[in-house]
Every structure is written in C-alpha cells, then in structure tokens.
Unconditional design. Structure first.
Length: 487
C-alpha cells in the first residue's frame, strides 16, 4: 500500500527572502520520451538572485506560464518555487490587457495608444491580491520581500496590510513616465499608493525616481524631500535609481568558448564575409525602433555609401505578445518592409537584410555578438536594454561599435557609444555611417571604456546594492504631517 504525499501549501514555506515576479525563473522542458522537467530561465535577474536566495532559504512566487495550470510548490536549484495560477480570462485582462495594452505603452512615452478598460483593472487588482496573499503566507517573520516590475505594482501595499513586519522592496524594470503622461491613467492614485507600500522603490534612472516622487507629492499629497516620502504612520519610503546590468563574466566566458568562436566564424562565412555586419537583436515590439533602423540602413545603401557586398544587416526579432493586435500589425509591417528592401536592393545570395523572426539560445546570441561589427540598439524608449551591455561584454578584443538610442537607459552608462535620436532618421544614418567608417583606434578607445563600465557594474552588484539599501534599518520619522485628503 502506497502512502499519498501531502500537497504542500504556501503556509508550509517559511522563506527569509521572497521574490515576486510575473513569471517563475524556470521554463518547462518536454523531453523526447514525453517526460517533463524544468530548467532555469536565461537572464541576469535569475543569475544574480539565485545564490543569495539559496543561501537565505529563498522562495520565488510567479506564474508558471500556462493558463489554468495547477502546479505544486517545488524546489529547483535550492530555491522554493511557488506557482500562481492564472485563468484564461485573467491572462487576457490582467496580462495582455492592463499590463501590456495599458501600462506598457503609457510607460513608454505613448509610442502606442494605451487602452483603459475597467474590466482589465479589476483583473489586475485580483491577480495582484493573489500574489500578495501568497507572499504573506510564504514569508517568515521579518522576512525581506522583493517585488519585480510593472505587472505587480499593487502588491507592496496589499502585502503590507497583511504583514506589517516585512521589509518590502519594489523594482521597476521599465521606464516610469512623467506626470503629464502618468496622469492620464484613471487609477493613477491607486498605483502610487500601491507602490508606497514598499520601503524602497527602485528605478533604472534617477529621472524616473524623481517622476515618482513628484507624482506622490502632487497626486497623493504626502510630504517629500529629495528621494524620500514621509507617510503619516511614521514610515518613510525611499525612491532611488539602481541601474540593472548583466552577468558580465558569464557572457565573457561564453564569447571565449570554442563553440561560440567557431559559430561566429561560420556566421560571417554564411553572410559572404562583408566588410561590416550590422546587428539588431530585439523582441518584436513597437518600442524597439526596428522599422526605423532598417529604413535608415536601406537608405545608406540606396545613397551609395556602401553596397550589399560591403555591408549587411542581421535583424533578430523574437516573437512577442502575438495575441495582441498591435503586435500582429507590427510583425506584418516589418515583414513587408524587409521584403521591399531586399527586393529593391538585394542581390542573389546577398540580401541587404537577413531577418529572423525567431528566438535563439544564449549561445547563438553570443556568436552573433562576436561575429557582427556594429550593434544597433535604437528603441524609442527603454528602461535599460541589456542587449547593448551583452554586446559590449562579448567584444573580447575591444573592437566593434555600438549605435545606441539616447532614450535607452543604457545610454546613461555607455556614453562612448554612437548615440542617436531614433526619431531622427537622418541623424541615425549619420551615426551608423560614422560607426561604419570609424578608425579602429577610436573604436578601441570607446569599447575599452564601455567594457570597463559593464565589468564594474554587473548584475550581482546591482542586486547587492538594492538588497543592502532595502535591509538598512530606518528609524520612524517624527515629522508632523497633515492628514492626506482623499480625491
């Protein structure tokens, strides 16, 4: 007779460090024999937090990736993973709707028009409450809780109502808009109050932190001074910039590996060994500026600055949110543009643009970084853009050029890149051409400086800086505050 195993509940977990994110840090793997397993997701956040979570009996709360899926709590690489179920309707309204059709365009300077639907907001509140209730069960007494990104902005206040003993941090990985844009949101006060449940609110850039402080003062009415908000209950909330980075050593090791070096050589051979290879790697998203950069490149060929034998462009566009109508339209527009450019400018065996609408493993990305001479990263707005830093980390010989949008967060650190305004096609053409014609000594000087920046400020330093700030004790303030008026 076999004894049935008791199903673990969140209350069985007592974690000293709890991370909440929209997704779990693992991906499901289906093997040839039909068996299933989990593997760690690629990405710097998981790499940075895995050691500290394993050392602190950490738990990660997130959605496993399939709607209506009931997953048990399980262990992976020393971390307790606590799945959160999401229904099909919640996926459509909370994730595709409010998170990605309301907040995403609003926080990216209205590159697309955001939609405001009350049903989407209700689903967003419901899912955020589920995350908060689970965290309240999972966290040990006095634990540290770190909430990640725009999908979970209500969690800090919801969790604080349930567990006032916790130290709560929040980090926003995307931009935070100025008051003029954020104020369009019908639920602007609710989101601000949601974030004020945290002790520390982190942003990619100091300007975003100041946007938040200004909005709290204007829209909620709390007293603020520099990076601090003073709450009537004696608590203070600090808003600061913590620019995220990458696992630099891991990318350098990958770029130096024989397999990646051999693949990089094969890529150049397959492309006909042109003088220069331009590269773009993005999610297929309307914020990334893919359409504009390919137009700029095609005009450089059309204007006679170089031929398709001398230069080619490799554009990797990973499929993204294909159920959202705006993304389907973008994919169709991009397909048509690539076809038009190659039909007009390409030669047999020599397309002007090699376009890949697919996702590739990290090793293939590293091979592309090694193989290509000029990386073009031109988003209309981006919180950071880690691809720019990954390219720099992989340039082991301190060569290559980075053409970078001044509206990407990475531009604050990688000042030696060829900076561009992605809305200015002529300006982008000029900088792409400057990178193409640049003297090797100038490129070496620029790349050395950028590589030093990326090495000194890697993702481990980012995580340590945030957690150190979060866990630093702060005494209650003694300021006399007037009651905040409700709108």
């Amino acid at each position: 007779m076999t004894r049935s195993r008791r199903r673990r509940s969140p209350g069985d977990v007592r974690a000293e460090l709890v991370v909440l994110a929209n997704r779990l840090p693992v991906d499901r793997v289906v093997h040839a024999d039909g068996s299933e397993d989990w593997r760690r997701s690629p990405g710097g956040l998981v790499s940075a937090l895995a050691p500290v979570m394993a050392a602190n009996r950490g738990a990660w709360i997130g959605w496993p990736g399939d709607v209506m899926e009931e997953c048990e709590i399980f262990e992976h690489d020393g971390i307790t993973l606590v799945p959160i179920g999401i229904s099909q309707q919640e996926y459509e309204e909370y994730y595709e709707g409010f998170s990605n059709a309301t907040l995403w365009p609003l926080y990216h300077d209205l590159v697309a028009k955001p939609e405001f639907h009350r049903e989407w907001w209700d689903a967003y509140v419901a899912v955020n409450r589920r995350f908060a209730e689970t965290a309240a069960e999972v966290a040990a007494e006095g634990a540290t809780v770190w909430v990640q990104d725009y999908q979970l902005q209500l969690v800090p206040s919801l969790l604080r109502e349930l567990r006032s003993d916790l130290r709560i941090g929040f980090f926003l990985h995307i931009p935070f808009p100025p008051a003029e844009l954020f104020s369009q949101l019908p639920w602007r006060r609710e989101l601000l109050e949601g974030l004020l449940g945290a002790d520390l609110v982190g942003f990619q850039l100091s300007g975003a932190a100041q946007n938040f402080i200004r909005l709290v003062r204007q829209r909620v009415g709390h007293k603020t001074h520099r990076d601090t908000v003073y709450l009537p209950d004696g608590r203070t909330v600090v808003a600061k910039a913590f620019p995220i980075s990458i696992d630099t050593a891991q990318f350098e090791k990958l770029a130096a590996s024989p397999g990646v070096q051999a693949r990089a050589k094969q890529i150049r051979d397959d492309l006909g060994n042109p003088r220069r290879i331009f590269l773009g790697i993005d999610r297929l998203d309307y914020t990334k500026g893919i359409y504009a950069r390919m137009r700029a490149f095609s005009e450089l060929i059309h204007d006679g600055h170089f031929s398709v034998e001398e230069a080619t462009f490799v554009q990797v566009a990973s499929p993204s949110r294909e159920r959202v109508d705006q993304y389907r339209k973008l994919r169709d527009e991009t397909d048509r543009l690539v076809g038009h450019i190659n039909g007009d400018l390409g030669r047999i065996g020599r397309p002007a643009i090699s376009y890949l609408n697919a996702s590739f493993p990290q090793s293939e990305m590293a091979a592309l970084f090694v193989a290509c001479d000029i990386m073009v990263v031109t988003p209309f707005r981006d919180g950071m853009n880690l691809v720019a830093k990954e390219y720099v980390a992989c340039r082991l010989h301190e060569d290559g050029a980075l053409v970078l949008s001044e509206f990407a967060g990475a531009a604050e650190e990688l000042r030696q890149a060829f900076l561009v305004n992605p809305y200015d096609i002529n300006g982008m053409k000029a900088q792409m051409l400057a990178a193409y014609r640049a003297d090797p000594k100038d490129l070496g000087r620029r790349m050395r400086a950028m590589r030093r920046t990326v090495a000194e400020n890697d993702v481990a330093n980012w995580a340590n800086a945030f957690l150190t700030e979060l866990t630093t004790p702060r005494p209650a303030h003694d300021k006399h505050l007037r009651p905040v008026k409700r709108a």
